[in-house]
Design a protein around this ligand. Structure first.
Ligand code: C5P
Length: 299
């Protein structure tokens, strides 16, 4: 008996970041859009908790107790007074350390998979609570679609989306650490007045209408200057995608994956090809959103 759960990647179409709180976290207005690049997490009963991973970036995934999938299984087992003796296998297609919530996806996926395997019947609110303990982006990986996240990004309000948005993603030659990018944000903002983060009305309207031009005009990422400061080569990737006809180009979350909004699948293919030819990235992927959240794909 095993259960497989499919979980999407995300792109942040708006990431507004406020000044660091006393706990070190930053208040966010984080507009998430789930896109159709997926990790699949399969859980099978085993003698003890263990994690394996395959896929193009598998060698970069930690398989110890720090893995969010392992931590999710442990957290759920603890709540229901059972042992977390399962084998978690991650079929990884979401870029690692890329700013696309790959680790968060594995946490949410393992939680849903263990819940189904153990027939815990945990209420959705309880699963979301465990997700929020695992990480700021993990609740969104569970719900998918599009949502506004406030607080650390974990307090979600689902958003209406009136169409499909087409994207190209360029994966960089190395990763970026999210805490390091937030630290650089703090450093760059020292001595300046950082406004409270608020969601953009234009951006929410563009999502609701399904209008790619309006969305392109409204996207923003307050972490982008920090990501570019730590990884200056990303500017060339952004420029290459813009030159190839992308409606807009931005760093995805804390980066270093860069995201290019395009009008349709044909221009996605053209922008993807131009990005590869530019030699400014490791690889490219195309995907559209919104995509559904963590879903049982087989048992
Ligand atoms: O919550 P999560 O574990 O994903 O966060 C990873 C790191 O990102 C945190 O340790 C913190 O450095 C930074 N972070 C932050 N403010 C947030 C979310 C994350 O500073 N709202």
């Amino acid at each position: 008996m095993s259960v497989t759960v499919r979980v999407p990647a995300k792109v942040n179409v708006q990431l507004a970041v406020g000044a660091a709180r006393p706990d070190g976290f930053h208040p966010l207005a984080n507009v998430f859009l789930a896109v159709g690049l997926y990790d699949e997490i399969t859980v099978t009963p085993a003698d003890e908790l263990r994690v394996t991973c395959d896929g193009p970036d598998a060698d970069q995934v930690p398989l110890d107790g720090t893995n969010l999938a392992a931590r999710a299984a442990q957290a759920l087992a603890e709540r229901y007074g059972r042992s977390p003796d399962v084998h978690l296998h991650i079929a990884k297609d979401i870029p690692v350390a890329g700013g696309m919530a790959g680790g968060s996806a594995d946490g949410a996926g393992a939680l849903v998979a263990c819940d189904a395997l153990w027939q815990t019947g945990a209420p959705r609110d309880e699963l979301l609570e465990i997700c929020a303990e695992l990480g700021s982006d993990v609740p969104f990986s569970l719900v998918g679609g599009a949502a506004l996240g406030i607080g650390r990004g974990e307090q979600l309000t689902p958003l209406e989306v009136g169409g499909t948005f087409h994207w190209v993603f360029a994966m960089a030659r190395r990763g970026l650490s999210t805490p390091a990018v937030f630290r650089e944000f703090d450093r760059l903002g020292e001595g300046t007045d950082i406004p409270e983060p608020v969601a953009s009305g234009e951006l929410l309207a563009a999502l609701a209408k399904g209008d790619p031009d309006a969305l392109a005009a409204a996207v923003s990422n307050d972490l982008q200057p920090a990501a570019l400061s730590l990884f200056p080569e990303l500017a060339a990737t952004l420029a290459a995608g813009r030159a190839a006809g992308a409606l807009t180009a931005l760093v995805s979350g804390s980066g270093p994956t860069t995201a290019f909004l395009v009008r349709d699948p044909e221009s996605a293919a053209a922008v993807a090809q131009a990005l590869l030819a530019s030699g400014t990235c490791r690889t490219v992927r195309t995907a559209s959103g919104p995509a559904p959240g963590a879903t049982v794909a087989g048992r």
